[in-house]
Design a protein around this ligand. Structure first.
Ligand code: PHE
Length: 339
């Protein structure tokens, strides 16, 4: 009897099973009512009294070992099954969807990049501004229509605090803390109280440029803007200046580039004109230099400002301005950037 138990114990210790079915077969063989261990229990009756204690202990030991071993096989077979069900080790890693840069960011980076190669450094200012930086320091008369409710968003209860309607306010912020030479490029969001349509929005983005030093002339302005236009729209791009008016520049001009589609022959984008307006510019009005603490008898400068949406439209022909702020992923995914 003890021999038999010893032999079964060895068997049980070396049991192997891969599938749950095999484990179940082993359980039946050893642990069921008609299994090997039950058979031993039956035979236990015939064991002489003086050996009962020893044999009883051995049978118990065998039973415990068999139960433990079979449970162990059961859980490892089950684990193998789940792995086999859920994990396909041959498939590629889960794709991590990468976002794309917003088209306005792509265009802004491109503009800033071109001007930084020309020696301009980045400057930024707050979107919630005061009247001084947006208008008064920029030589807007007290009764200038741009201050009107039509254009400016006022912060309720603080008529002096407004959302900036152009990035020219950053010019004032730079001038009040820096003496020339100043050469900055200022990108940012601006707000105007306009009805939202395909062609206008209550917020949009501008890039402002400001250069102040001794002997800065309109020639410098023209040359820098020509280089910009050719970098942005291609080496054959031509520019033209038309006289204009801004309170903070004198003389002032609006600049056109030769049409980015037809090159000047006339097409539907330029409405037959061959030219597209892209920015406003001019020589900083001496009154603006003085208001911002810069001696206008020593220094002169130029400034320019352009809408990023406008430039993006010319590059990508986006028909509806609202696309830029609606965050439709299908639209945004069409743009990829190297930088
Ligand atoms: N601030 C002007 C605008 O918003 C653009 C501009 C900037 C014009 C600098 C001249 C010089 O329309």
């Amino acid at each position: 009897m003890l021999e038999k138990i010893k032999q079964l114990l060895e068997e049980v210790n070396s049991l192997q099973a891969v599938s749950p079915e095999q484990v179940e077969a082993l359980r039946i063989k050893y642990l069921s009512k008609k299994g090997e261990i039950s058979k031993l229990m039956d035979e236990f009756r015939n064991v002489p009294a003086e050996m009962k204690k020893e044999v009883g202990m051995r049978i118990n030991e065998l039973k415990n070992t068999a139960t433990e071993r079979i449970n162990q096989l059961k859980s490892s077979a089950a684990a193998k099954e789940t792995i086999a069900d859920d994990l396909d080790l041959t498939r590629t890693a889960y794709p991590i969807p990468l976002g794309t840069r917003h088209p306005l960011t792509i265009v802004k980076n491109e503009i800033v990049d071109i001007f930084s190669r020309l020696g301009f450094t980045l400057a930024e200012g707050p979107e919630v501004e005061d009247d001084w930086h947006v208008y008064s320091s920029m030589n807007f008369a007290d009764d200038h229509p741009a201050r009107d409710m039509q254009d400016t968003f006022f912060v309720e209860a603080h008529p002096d605090i407004i959302l900036r309607s152009h990035t020219s306010s950053v010019q004032a912020r730079v001038m009040e803390r820096t003496q020339p030479p100043i050469r900055v490029i200022c990108p940012g969001r601006v707000y105007r109280n306009e009805a939202i349509s395909a062609r206008a929005h209550c917020f949009f983005h501008q890039v402002e440029g400001l250069y102040i030093d001794k002997n800065v002339s309109f020639r410098d302005l023209k040359q820098v803007l020509l280089l910009f236009a050719q970098e942005m729209f291609g080496p054959d791009t031509k520019i033209r200046m038309r006289p204009s008016y801004f309170p903070f520049t004198e003389p002032s001009a609006e600049m056109d580039v030769s049409c980015t589609i037809c090159g000047g022959k006339g097409c539907s984008l330029c409405k037959g004109a061959g030219w597209l307006e892209i920015l406003g510019c001019g020589m900083v009005d001496p009154a603006v230099l003085e208001a911002n603490g810069i001696d206008s008898t020593v220094y002169s400068g130029y400034a320019f400002g352009m809408g990023i949406e406008r430039i993006a439209n010319l590059k990508y022909q986006v028909k509806d301005l609202r696309m830029f702020s609606e965050n439709d992923v299908r639209f945004l995914e069409e743009f990829t950037a190297a930088n």
